[in-house]
Design a binder for this molecule. Structure first.
Ligand code: TYD
Ligand code: MG
Length: 456
């Protein structure tokens, strides 16, 4: 048998090298390289032993039909197509303070109220802090809701295997530590190793486990999304911490569709599902103001109407400012260039700001046309019609390109009382819902002219 091989591993990016160095050659961080050991492969594994047994796929039960247990917290169960599958591992990701612990506290209370033994592993916060939150949400807590004050991943895994609770919540993966792995809690190798042993225990004991994962500013889950492949389901919580709206989105689901989203409002009594998201997002629309327009996003299979706002002011010296929130900065730069070259709306000496309302992320190209209309309306200081809704991708030639799920978008706009939908021209006929007039435009310039008469 060969000797175990010594390797050096960076605790930030996981890069391995044969020599120690002060700075990681991959990620450039200083003082992150520590010694690790890779088990030597034994000579025996080189030669094949017994053949594996192949089986027909048709005899396997589809994972979509895997039995699941509802937690009793409605929106969460609906998003996961019915609830949690036994032995599955779900990762709930989101920025600090967004409401992950609140959401899981509500799910834990609902599940325990149905009689399930729920174990809340506290690591990031003290048990009394978690208890305070739980009691705020439900003054009389179900007795089957217990906590485990532990950060050692092996102990957590052993507890899952020995006691087999109905549901385990680990808050959070960054707080866990695996004793056999070098590095601090929260480092890449620690998060990977800890999540792996807990997942293995979940599978072995057939217990559903929810892991909380802190996401940094760049949207990475503890580094380069390193846990996504390890878990069965990934649910992300998005939104602006300053605003009350939170969007819950399933990004990966081995046991069902990832088409649905849920919108919540953060209230004194925890997260409350918003049953009509489009109406809620448009509730406080300003009237008769330039630079605002409504567009329609698709969140999975759900249409979501969202207000976009733009503000344009004369720039001072130097490069004009471009600031956005909720839309892509680079995409906005490109749209400003297209507006200048193809539609006669130059912004070279103007600062431009674009926002979505409610902290909604409108990052797909279907909002291009609405961003352009908001900017044009802001620059001309002429309001767009209040009952107008617009979507479509804008090309570099200033042409408008159709986007998918047109029918669903039109229906949502009609449902909320919009009278005109400005959309890219298309060859196939468009079925307009009752009360909604659909206006097709082939070019951006034409769309601006239609929406804001007299500007071009
Ligand atoms: P939290 O769930 O702890 O966020 P995370 O676990 O993602 O870091 O809390 C999010 C915020 O919500 C926090 O600032 C307090 C607030 N909050 C409420 O407004 N209402 C409530 O009922 C609770 C429990 C928290
Ligand atoms: Mg938390």
């Amino acid at each position: 048998m060969k000797k175990p091989q010594v390797v050096f591993e960076c605790s930030n990016c996981g890069a391995q090298s044969t020599k120690w160095a002060g700075q990681c050659a991959e990620c450039g961080k200083w003082g992150t390289i520590a010694q690790g050991v890779v088990a030597a492969s034994s000579g025996a594994s080189q030669t094949a032993s017994k053949p594996g047994k192949t089986q027909s796929f048709s005899e396997l039960v589809s994972q979509e039909q895997a039995p699941r247990t509802a937690t009793g917290f409605g929106p969460w169960d609906r998003l996961l197509s019915g609830g949690l599958v036994a032995g599955s591992v779900t990762l709930l990701g989101g920025e600090p303070g967004i409401g992950k612990s609140t959401l899981l506290a509500q799910a834990a209370i609902a599940s325990a109220a149905k009689g399930a033994a729920v174990v809340y592993v506290t690591g990031e916060e003290s048990p009394s802090q978690v208890a305070l939150r739980l009691k705020r949400l439900s003054p009389a807590l179900p007795p089957s809701l217990s906590f485990l004050d532990e950060t050692d991943a092996l102990t957590i895994a052993a507890t899952i295997e020995m006691t087999k609770p109905g549901l385990v919540i680990v808050d959070s993966v960054q707080a866990m530590r695996h004793a056999d792995v070098p590095g601090e809690a929260g480092s890449i190798s620690q998060v990977k190793a800890s999540a792996a042993v807990v997942s293995a225990a979940a599978k072995k004991a057939n217990v559903p486990v929810i892991l909380v994962g802190q996401v940094n500013k760049d949207g990475d889950l503890a580094g380069p999304r390193l846990l996504e492949h390890l878990v069965d389901t990934v649910v992300m919580m998005e939104g602006d911490r300053q605003q009350s709206f939170r969007l819950l989105r399933v990004v990966k689901h081995r046991f069902g569709a990832t088409e649905d989203v849920a919108l919540f409002a953060m209230k004194e009594s925890g997260l409350e599902e918003v049953l009509d998201p489009s109406a809620a997002l448009l509730a406080d629309r300003p009237k008769n103001v330039s630079g605002t327009v409504v567009s329609c996003l698709m969140e999975g299979s759900r249409p979501l109407l969202v207000e976009l706002q733009a503000l344009v002011t004369p720039a001072g010296f130097g490069t004009p400012m471009r600031r956005v929130s909720g839309v892509e900065l680079n995409r906005t730069g490109l749209l400003l260039a297209v507006l200048g070259r193809r539609a006669g709306f130059g912004f070279g000496d103007q600062d431009a700001f674009v926002n979505t309302i409610g902290g909604v992320e409108a990052k797909d190209p279907s909002v291009d046309l609405a961003v352009c209309l908001a900017l044009a309306s802001a620059k001309a200081d002429k309001p767009l019609p209040e009952d107008l809704v617009a979507w479509g991708e804008v090309g570099l030639a200033g042409e408008l390109r159709p986007v998918g799920r047109q029918e669903a978008r039109l229906k949502e706009a009609a449902r909320l009382g919009f009278k005109t939908a400005l959309v890219p021209a298309q060859k196939e006929p468009i079925q307009a819902p009752a009360g909604l007039r659909v206006v097709q435009c082939a070019m951006l310039k034409e769309a601006i002219r239609t929406a804001i008469p007299g500007v071009l």
